[in-house]
Design a protein around this ligand. Sequence first.
Ligand code: ATP
Ligand code: AMO
Length: 461
Amino acid sequence: RKFVSVSELSQPAYRDQLVWVRGRVHTSRSKGKQCFLVLRQQSSTVQCILAVGDRISKQMVKFSGNVSRESIIDVQAKVVSVPNKIESCTEQTIELCIEQLFVVSQAKPQLPLQIEDASRAENPDDADSLNIRVNQDTRLDNRVLDLRTPANQAIFRLEAGVCRLFRDILTAKGFTEIHTPKIISAASEGGANVFTVSYFKDSAYLAQSPQLYKQMAIAADFDKVYTVGAVFRAEDSNTHRHLTEFVGLDLEMAFKYHYHEVLHTIADTFTGIFKGLRDTYSTEIAAVNQQFKVEPFKFLEPPLILEFAEGVQMLREAGVETGDEEDLSTPNEKLLGRLVKAKYDTDFYVLDKFPLAIRPFYTMPDPNNPMYSNSYDMFMRGEEILSGAQRIHDPDFLLERAKHHAIDTSKIAAYIESFRFGCPPHAGGGIGMERVVMLYLGLDNIRKTSMFPRDPKRLTP
Ligand code: ATP
Ligand code: AMO
């Protein structure tokens, strides 16, 4: 048997031919001597008809009408042209007249959610569309079913695109991909938000970030490195943008004169990702938009770079009271995003020169003004998507800063020691993959862009 895919069936070569197709039963209903089935493959659907005749018995029609939704079936069928378009199917100009049907794998008859309901367009102005909506916990509890909707198929194909573009762009810029340990002996970011695991007779932690190791790779002369991997955060943050496990896209790079060499490399990488998504994922973006209506993502070339103090000034002019060394609260971050959008018409921008007091211990202070640091965040649609900085590469100064942050330096001795063998000035950054996809597509919750999300209340499936 040679199988044909549903999306190929409209090709003229298949017209009036007998073909084999494997797909899921999207819907089925029998009506007297006929049974109408919609067969689905990922996001492609085609109508099929079984009619009592030479090769199809009455029992067969009845049996086909009873095959449960989402079951996988093989059909042998003739491809015929249809004059009237079948609205509910993506392949609207053809229909399949089934001659043989076999059930390959049966789905249970009562499903916890219907794919049609889970795929329905969400229009905030239409109460009915919201009432019929499948709630998030039902979706996540039954994620394998939920993932079959056209929007979810598109989201995770686009997410793969983000990682591929990140890798391709950095590889082309001469970066090397590295893999860093996830079981570590000390918190890499400081703070208490680490998961402890038992490690034979000792305890260990799940890595909060690849921070120390990507810097050590620079000390080991790899010069430009990136890594894509799981990051664990034991934060009891039940928000739309925090996960306890997410995928970090991290990079680190030695520079010659100024940390802006790295800042520009990162910002250009984002531009490359946005262009790649716009140019090669238009089908996926359209599929997501069918369900969730959002304004297209806008970005400038070259990207907009503002200083933290300028951001503070914009907030103050908008009536917000905020201190010079105060971190951006989530509402202020979002407000600043709206102000930047109104003034510069971009959904992506860089904020450079954060106050030193609110950055991790390894951040290089600004040599011209010790209140600030050579560090930056990047934002998409007014939410933080990357944190990064020039790092301190002098081991004694690093020790001093770690002590200042009350970090037990005996636990990170190997990291600090690695700078005693000579290490070039370097900078880098860390990106949250799920946040990039959420914010690029304008989705309202990070759980929509994590295939099997982990949050403080969810460990399964
Ligand atoms: P990162 O961890 O670097 O900085 P982030 O965006 O998660 O990335 P946080 O510093 O953790 O940043 O938090 C930034 C903002 O997110 C905080 O100012 C706070 O307003 C908000 N936030 C964090 N956790 C919660 C929570 N559990 N509930 C509500 N808001 C939270
Ligand atoms: P930071 O802690 O800011 O920086 O993390 C980097 C980026 O990771 C994403 N992120 C998250 N995504 C989902 N759920 C979370 N709980 C979560 N926390 C963070 C955000 C954030 O911008 N070592 C530094 C990076 C560096 O300096 O290179 C770090 O980890 O998008």
